[in-house]
Write a protein that binds this ligand. Sequence first.
Ligand code: S3P
Length: 169
Amino acid sequence: MKNNVILIGFMGSGKTSVGIRLSYHLKRTMIDTDKWIEQRQKMSISDLFAEKGEAAFREMETDCLKELIRTADHQIISVGGGLPMRKENHALLKELGKVFYLKITPEAVYERLKSDTTRPLLQVENPKEKIRALLEERAPVYEACADVAVEVSDKTFEQIIKEICAESR
Ligand code: S3P
């Protein structure tokens, strides 16, 4: 097993923002699977969903994890919100390191993402309901996939980083 710190959780749970701060605190570089895929494909996630479809994107996520198993160690890895939904990815995540689930309420996600246009899954008529339904389906899977769950809805970055650092040593 590799010694990476993996961040999973719903869209808007702060995986990227927490990851950047953790990378500073733990003096490790950070990889974001969405960014990794965008760079490889030379296309934004929105364009990928529109032009190649979600199924193709999910394949790319699994390919990304396989590649990271070959190349990444002692890093922070933030993964797309839907990546843990593929069973096959759980074993790959475990192989990559310790998995932290950033746990957030649907209300907090809505407040954070109500003006966001970069998440194709939330560009729907009723994003509030979509967030509620998706999170209800995903929460148990995130729990099952994670080594540690960290509540983030009402916490400062400082508190979240402190909790993760305490568990990641
Ligand atoms: C998705 C989450 C996004 C991105 C894509 C699909 C999802 O990543 O991978 O839009 O299915 O939850 P973030 O969780 O970083 O927003």
